[in-house]
Design a protein around this ligand. Structure first.
Ligand code: ZN
Length: 244
């Protein structure tokens, strides 16, 4: 009972990725009434500037953190990490949520990709970014606290489809992280939280890569950032920990 694995809200086809400049134009055009809010342009990705990408809260190899430790059950490890990422990404989003409104973000987008939500009946729903994030967070919250899907009690088995459940959660958390970079990077920098965001993003990407939890095609919209962040920093003392 409760949430069946991969219910309609997690439909695989909830992403529309326009390809090429023409489709991008059409895509933008199809957004409906202009409201004076222009989407950030490709040319201005502040989050890719070296002065910003080098800011992290840790400078050690995150790969060591994500590798399955000996004697730990794989599903337990996936469950505990997924739950932690959910909490951290939810927290990170909460720092910009007051700037993420139906006016500033009329659609859930990241790098010219628009994400659509599918309602309980599987109907594609166009929603604002804050609505989308709310759908993501409440669905994931429901799942990770559901003993049938994320068992915590001794002797309780993980469901057969646990792996695909984790994959779906990761996809949605990735959408939220990408949206923070795409739509709210300036606010994040203003609050001096970009080091935390960079570290969280890098940790998350290293984790999903380690366990093949996302199709590289879907994370490709952020490949430029991933490349910048996953490249080890030069070994100079000034380059690490700039946060408190
Ligand atoms: Zn937003």
């Amino acid at each position: 009972m409760a949430e069946a694995e991969g219910g309609p809200a997690f439909d695989e086809s909830s992403v529309e990725q326009p390809r090429g400049i023409l489709s991008t134009l059409f895509h933008r055009k199809s957004k409906g009434k202009p409201n004076g809010k222009k989407p950030p342009t490709e040319e201005k990705k502040q989050y890719l500037e070296p002065d910003y990408t080098k800011v992290r809260v840790v400078d050690f190899d995150l790969k060591e953190l994500v590798v399955l430790p000996p004697e730990i059950d794989l599903n337990e490890w996936l469950a505990s990490n997924t739950t932690t990422f959910f909490n951290l990404i939810n927290l990170q989003y909460s720092t910009v949520s007051e700037f993420c409104t139906g006016d500033t973000c009329p659609v859930m987008s990241a790098c010219n990709t628009t994400y659509y939500w599918y309602d309980e009946k599987g109907k594609k729903t166009k929603c604002t970014a804050p609505q989308y994030v709310d759908f993501v967070m409440s669905s994931v919250q429901k799942l990770v606290t559901d003993e049938d899907n994320f068992p915590t009690k001794y002797g309780k088995e993980f469901p057969n489809a646990f792996d695909s459940l984790v994959k779906k959660i990761c996809r949605y958390l990735f959408h939220v992280l990408s949206h923070i970079y795409w739509g709210h990077y300036k606010e994040t920098v203003a609050m001096d939280l970009h080091g935390h965001l960079n570290t969280l993003y890098t940790h998350f990407i290293v984790f999903i890569r380690e366990f093949n939890l996302m199709d590289p095609k879907e994370t490709s919209i952020m490949d430029d950032l991933t490349e910048a962040l996953c490249t080890p920093l030069p070994q100079t003392p000034q380059n690490h920990v700039t946060e408190r």
